[in-house]
Design a protein around this ligand. Structure first.
Ligand SMILES: *[C@@H]1O[C@H](CO)[C@@H](O)[C@H](O)[C@H]1NC(C)=O
Ligand SMILES: *[C@@H]1O[C@H](CO)[C@@H](O)[C@H](O)[C@H]1NC(C)=O
Length: 310
C-alpha cells in the first residue's frame, strides 16, 4: 500500500481549516497544524485544538510571520494546505519562499477555496475590495517558483449564503417574500465545508490533480436563485412573494457600502448575476472535475441542506 503523505494545515482553527485537519486525520494522513500562540488561550480555538490533538494531530506553535516556525513545520511534511482568511492571502508569501528554498514539498494548496479568481468577472469592482487580486498574485508566485500545486475551486460554502437563500440581512430562509437578484436564472454552486475538505484531502496525493485547478460543481449543488426559491417553496408548501433587484440597483447598493459589509451582495453579484461559478467549461489543460475524479465521495446536496432548515 502506498504510504499516506504527511500534511501540514495552516489555519486549522478556522472553519474550513478545522474540517481539513479532521478529514486529513480521518483519511489516515499524519497531520500537523501550525498554530499561533494566542489560539491556545482563545476558548473556542483551544477547544478545537484539543479535539484535533486527541484525534492524533501534532500541534506546532508558529505563524505565517515567523520564518523559523514555518521552516521547522514544512520540514516535517510532504504537503502544505493553507486555509487562512482572505485578508491574510498575501501573508502566504513567506511560506512560499520557505517551500521553494526547502524544495521538499510534493504539493501546496494555497488558500483559495472560493470561485476561481482568474475566471471572476467582477475585476472592475475588485479594485475597491481587493478579494481576487491577491489570490491571483499568489498563484503567479507559486507558478513562477515552480512549486507543485493544486488549487481548489469550491465556489460558495453552504453556510455563507444558503441558510438565508441568498438574502442579505437574513439568517434563515424567508417564509413570506424573497428578493431575486437579476433575472434569477444564473446558476451558482454551494458546497458543504466538510465535503470541500474531503475532496481537497483526496486531491493532494493524486497525480491527476498536480498543477491543476480542482473544480467542485457536483450535480445536486448547482442552482439558480429561481430554482432555489422553487425548491424551498415546495419544501414549505407555500409560494413566496417575489421582489426584484436588477443588476444596476445591486451595483448601486454595493457601491454605497464598503467591504466587508457589502461582501454578501458582492458574492451574490459575482455568482448570481455574472455567473462566475458556472459560465465556463473546465479546460482539461488547467483544470479537472473533482466530482468525476472521486465518485466514491458522498456529499451534501443543496436539497439535503435545505431540509435541515424547514
Ligand atoms: C459601481 O462602481 C464600479 C466601480 O467603480 C463602476 O464601474 C460602476 O459603474 C458603479 N455602478 C453603479 C451603478 O454605481
Ligand atoms: C463533473 O462530473 C460530474 C460527474 O461525472 C458531472 O455530473 C458534472 O456535470 C461535471 N461537471 C462539469 C462542470 O463538467
Amino acid at each position: 500500500m502506498e504510504e499516506k503523505s504527511k500534511i501540514l494545515i495552516i489555519g486549522a482553527t478556522g472553519f474550513l481549516g478545522y474540517n481539513l485537519a479532521e478529514t486529513s486525520l480521518k483519511f489516515g494522513h499524519p497531520t500537523f497544524a501550525l498554530v499561533r500562540d494566542s489560539a491556545f488561550s482563545d476558548p473556542i480555538k483551544s477547544q478545537k485544538l484539543q479535539f484535533l490533538s486527541h484525534a492524533g494531530a501534532t500541534l506546532l506553535k508558529g505563524s505565517l510571520q515567523d520564518e523559523a516556525s514555518i521552516v521547522d513545520a514544512v520540514k516535517l511534511v510532504d504537503v502544505v494546505i493553507c486555509a487562512v482568511s482572505s485578508k491574510q492571502t498575501l501573508d502566504q508569501k513567506l511560506l512560499i519562499r520557505v517551500i521553494k528554498q526547502l524544495g521538499t514539498i510534493k504539493r501546496f494548496v494555497p488558500s483559495e477555496f472560493g470561485s476561481d479568481p482568474i475566471k471572476a468577472r467582477v475585476t472592475e469592482l475588485d479594485d475597491g475590495y481587493n478579494f481576487y487580486a491577491p489570490k491571483i498574485e499568489i498563484r503567479r508566485l507559486v507558478e513562477a517558483e515552480g512549486i507543485p500545486y493544486t488549487y481548489i475551486s469550491c465556489n460558495f460554502f453552504m453556510k455563507v449564503l444558503l441558510p438565508s437563500l441568498a438574502q442579505p440581512g437574513l439568517e434563515a430562509p424567508p417564509r413570506d417574500k424573497v428578493t431575486i437578484f437579476g433575472d434569477g436564472n444564473t446558476k451558482a454552486v454551494f458546497m458543504k465545508e466538510s465535503d470541500v475538505a474531503a475532496f481537497t484531502i483526496s486531491a493532494v496525493d493524486d497525480p491527476r490533480t498536480l498543477n491543476k485547478v480542482v473544480y467542485l460543481r457536483p450535480p445536486g449543488n448547482v442552482y439558480s436563485l429561481n430554482e432555489l426559491v422553487e425548491m424551498w417553496e415546495t419544501k414549505i408548501g407555500k409560494k413566496l412573494e417575489k421582489l426584484h433587484v436588477l443588476e444596476e440597483e445591486l451595483l448601486t447598493k454595493i457601491n454605497g457600502t464598503s467591504f466587508p459589509s457589502n461582501s454578501k451582495m458582492l458574492f451574490i453579484y459575482s455568482a448570481f448575476i455574472k455567473g462566475d461559478h458556472t459560465y465556463f467549461d473546465i479546460e482539461s489543460s488547467s483544470g479537472v472535475n473533482g466530482t468525476e475524479l472521486y465518485p466514491q465521495l458522498k456529499y451534501t446536496t443543496v436539497s439535503e441542506f435545505l431540509d435541515t432548515l424547514i
